[in-house]
Design a protein around this ligand. Structure first.
Ligand SMILES: Cc1cc2nc3c(=O)[nH]c(=O)nc-3n(C[C@H](O)[C@H](O)[C@H](O)COP(=O)(O)OP(=O)(O)OC[C@H]3O[C@@H](n4cnc5c(N)ncnc54)[C@H](O)[C@@H]3O)c2cc1C
Length: 418
């Protein structure tokens, strides 16, 4: 199969990348391992659009596809300039799935979407990716793209193509989200749930946990939990398998513990876990600029900025943290630039990398990894890929200022003035 642009991974970044590339007129193939797009939002059940607006001012810092998605879900107007709270939630992650389908299908003349398809190998010739192999029900298919955008979150394509990468030890823990139905609300519910998890942890029934983050998001008697914490490396197949099993077991342990001990859970039932465990951190592919925490702390300006970040430095520890996600909340920056050079990959000239595996230090990526920033990086990468195809050049040879200009013409790109 031949294409102009191949996007691997249809999550937050991949959705932005595929839509941006197709809307800019080139032929695109999107391959996604799940049966739907949306990544962490739909696969791990995460309704937050963090990174859309600055914490203190509420000023919108990401427009483009992210704001379009949020407004089409009825959360804000299409031309919103401020959003409060700064971390809005979407009404239902399955509605997001449908919206992603609609937007992808709108581009069907140029965009071919392959769900249930896993990019499993990249072969190179010189400094270019020549072929990416995809496994699905048709067997193995070789795709020959002009440009590849790695939006796998784990930097699979970059790593297999020989781009340098970093991976921290230990990595941030993984989390499986779950829901419990028929719960009676009370002002003490969060405290009581927390106290019973502290006990379960102390007597060895739960190795780790955090929070619990407890939200009556879907109904007045149904709770959605952020509480599970499993250590491991999601790029190691054995670790990832163990993490899924541990996550499921911990969710059930929490449910049974609360049902036994917490008033309000007497009649409760387990609604279910979301389809995949959520992965916070694995490989970061290194490009010509590695975004650092110092860049973020100082809101350093870059001529080739293609996106704006604004989330705090958000590192989850591998320990139990009752009542919160971190022992101490990380630095909250002012809006900052993310340069084009940090969505490129060293040594591979036709590869762009967007989302949580883009070129950044561990600390910097703990801010840029949030959903909306990933979408903005995806849109920037998709736009750059289309521009490179149109100009018959490689993403490495493109000038980031041209990418920025193109994004601005399309009401996207960095919000900070040039
Ligand atoms: C548990 C958890 C809670 C979080 N909480 C928040 C929060 O509250 N707010 C917030 O803004 N951010 C949060 N984040 C961070 C944020 O959601 C992610 O970092 C963000 O989704 C990154 O976007 P992405 O596109 O890089 O990855 P993803 O959205 O994960 O997308 C990656 C996609 O690639 C696909 N894929 C992977 N490998 C392959 C392959 N080889 N072939 C084909 N497809 C592949 C996956 O199926 C997935 O769809 C959280 C993350 C986790 C794990």
């Amino acid at each position: 199969m031949e294409t102009d642009v191949l996007v691997c991974g249809g999550g937050c970044a991949g959705l932005g990348a595929a839509l941006a590339a197709a809307r800019n007129g080139v032929k695109v193939v999107l391959v996604e391992r799940a049966g739907f797009a949306g990544g962490i939002i739909t696969a791990a059940g995460l309704p937050f659009f963090d990174g859309i607006a600055h914490k203190t001012s509420g000023r919108v810092v990401v427009k483009g596809i992210a704001l379009e998605l949020l407004s089409r879900l009825g959360v804000c107007p299409a031309d919103a300039t401020t959003i409060r709270p700064h971390n809005p939630m979407i009404p239902h992650v399955d509605r997001f799935k449908l919206l992603a389908d609609e937007l992808l299908v709108e581009q069907r003349d140029r965009l071919r979407v392959l769900f249930h398809s896993f990019a499993c190998e990249a072969t190179t010739r010189g400094d270019r990716i020549e072929e990416v192999r995809v496994a699905n029900k048709a067997g193995l298919t070789a795709i020959r793209p002009k440009v590849v955008i790695d939006c796998t979150g784990d930097g699979d394509i970059g790593a297999w193509a020989g781009a340098p990468f970093e991976k921290a030890t230990p990595l941030m823990p993984m989390t499986l989200h779950f829901r419990i139905g028929h719960v009676r609300k009370s002002p003490d519910l969060t405290r009581l749930c927390r106290e019973s998890l502290v006990k379960a942890h102390a007597n060895g029934k739960l190795k780790l946990f955090y929070g619990p983050g407890l939200m009556f998001h879907y109904a007045d008697d149904e709770v959605y939990f952020h509480a599970i914490r499993v250590s491991g490396d999601a790029t190691d197949p054995d670790d990832l398998t163990r993490a899924e099993m541990q996550g499921r077991a911990d969710a059930w342990t929490m449910f049974e513990t609360w049902k036994r001990e917490v008033p309000g859970f007497e009649q409760s039932y387990f609604v279910g876990v979301f389809p995949y465990i959520g992965i916070r951190e694995t490989r970061r592919i290194l490009g010509p600029h590695v975004l650092t925490a110092e860049d973020i702390r100082q809101s350093r300006r870059f001529e080739d900025a293609v996106a704006t970040g604004c989330w705090y430095l958000d590192i989850h520890p591998n320990s139990a943290t009752p009542g919160a996600a971190q022992l101490v909340e990380g630095f909250q920056p002012e809006p900052y630039d993310i340069p084009y050079r940090s969505v490129l990959a060293n040594r591979v000239s036709n590869l762009l990398v967007a989302g949580r595996c883009h070129s950044a230090t561990r600390e910097a990526a703990s801010s840029t990894r949030v959903t909306v920033t990933a979408m903005a990086l995806g849109q920037a990468a998709g736009t750059a890929a289309a521009l490179a195809v149109e100009r018959r050049t490689s993403p490495h040879e493109l000038n980031g200022r041209d990418v920025r200009e193109k994004l601005h013409q399309q009401h996207a790109g960095p919000i900070l003035p040039n």
